[in-house]
Design a binder for this molecule. Structure first.
Ligand code: ATP
Length: 357
């Protein structure tokens, strides 16, 4: 078992600053995801944790032992790490069993012990019957299970996964998500899962580290990211986030606030340190928006588009007071509304995004 302490990590490639002051503590046995748009530095962070790159600033420690700093570098093969790549990285000339057992041979385990661990690991990922096949005779999902069972057999304290589902089709992805959860339960390893797919991150991880342009912007449980985004980027990136402007914010001191959103008074949630602010940005999800009831003050908006979502429609409406603001919400299948209709929208449960530090 090992925790991972990352402190002040920075990395540039030439003039391209890729990571800036990244600090986080990953608890022993925790499953975390690193999530962010393409190019935000996720893979570079993983490569620094693995030891394939050296940091310009900061350090990384596993179980209290520094493995990376400007002064010290433990080579990747000495870090007790398993790595699962999107391209599987299996030896093509070896059978499944040989692939799984290879690292055990390298560290000098006895033949009996190797056999026992390989058969146990293959059983856990339901590949016992495939032990004698070569990787070329397996499906993408099966190859990824071989890569996982290799980490199980090696009993790595830390397992890093770099977009492991990127090459799999959507049905296989769902099945593999279950596989990762089972793997985590069986191994107890500390897992760091890199992805740009928020639904993967939110489904799998205990906590998600959201990165934006080389910085860690929020590291929290999925529900916290969804309900209490720390920045506008997180608010827009998580769920089907919608960010709207608000004015005259007054916090009530109990985690609730009042404000005007596009001229309409609304009740909101806010951080405990929130006071009064003239302007703020509000994070919403389609679930927080609905057609206002009779007698309720709503926001006039015109339906721009309806798309069928199975059992109902996703509506997009343009606010009359601010044509650049588009609100998305769900309508039941029977809703008698057509594109072009003027509706009145009520907002509930929005979050006041904290002021930038
Ligand atoms: P993606 O999701 O597209 O893989 P990412 O978030 O993993 O993106 P990185 O692969 O870490 O991002 O890349 C971040 C930036 O660093 C990019 O601009 C990339 O071009 C640059 N970069 C990464 N590795 C190197 C390298 N070895 N030399 C030069 N630039 C690099």
């Amino acid at each position: 078992m090992a925790d991972i302490a990352i402190s002040g990590l920075g990395k540039a490639f030439g003039a391209n600053r890729v990571l800036t002051d990244v600090s986080m503590h990953i608890r022993s046995g925790e499953f975390i995801a690193v999530l962010g748009p393409s190019g935000c530095g996720k893979t570079t962070l993983l490569r620094l944790i693995a030891g394939f790159e050296r940091p310009d600033t900061g350090h990384v420690a596993f179980a209290g032992q520094t493995v990376s700093s400007t002064a010290h570098h433990t080579p990747p093969e000495k870090r007790d790490l398993g790595i699962v790549f999107q391209n599987y990285a299996l030896w093509p000339h070896m059978t499944v069993a040989e692939n799984v057992g290879y690292s055990l041979k390298v560290v000098g385990l006895s033949t009996d012990e190797r056999k026992r661990r390989v058969s146990e690991a293959l059983k856990t990922v339901a590949l016992t019957d495939f032990a004698d096949r070569r990787p070329s005779d397996l499906s993408g999902g099966q190859r990824q299970r071989v890569a996982l069972s290799r980490c199980l057999a090696a009993r790595n304290a830390i397992v890093l996964l770099d977009e492991p589902l990127a090459n799999l089709d959507v049905h296989l992805r769902a099945a593999m998500e279950d596989e990762f959860t089972r793997f985590h339960q069986a191994s107890g390893s500390t897992m760091v899962y890199i992805t740009h797919d928020q639904s993967e991150a939110m489904t799998l991880a205990d906590r998600v580290a959201v990165m934006d342009a080389g910085r860690l912007v929020q590291f929290a449980a999925p529900a916290t990211l969804y309900r209490e985004p720390a920045t506008e980027m997180v608010a827009a990136f998580i769920g089907e986030g919608i960010v709207v402007p608000a004015e005259d914010i007054v916090a009530n001191g109990d985690g609730s606030a009042r404000a005007a959103v596009l001229g309409v008074p609304v009740s909101l949630r806010c951080a405990s340190g929130e006071g009064a602010r003239k302007r703020a940005r509000i994070g919403l999800h389609p679930q927080d928006i609905r057609i206002a009831g009779a007698g309720e003050t709503g926001m006039p908006a015109r339906i721009k588009r309806l798309s069928y979502r199975g059992g109902g429609f996703r509506a997009e409406a343009v606010c009359e007071a601010a044509p650049q603001t588009i609100l998305a919400f769900d309508l039941p299948e029977q809703a008698p509304i057509a594109p072009g209709a003027l509706v009145s929208l009520a907002i509930g449960d929005g979050w006041v995004i904290p002021a930038a530090a």
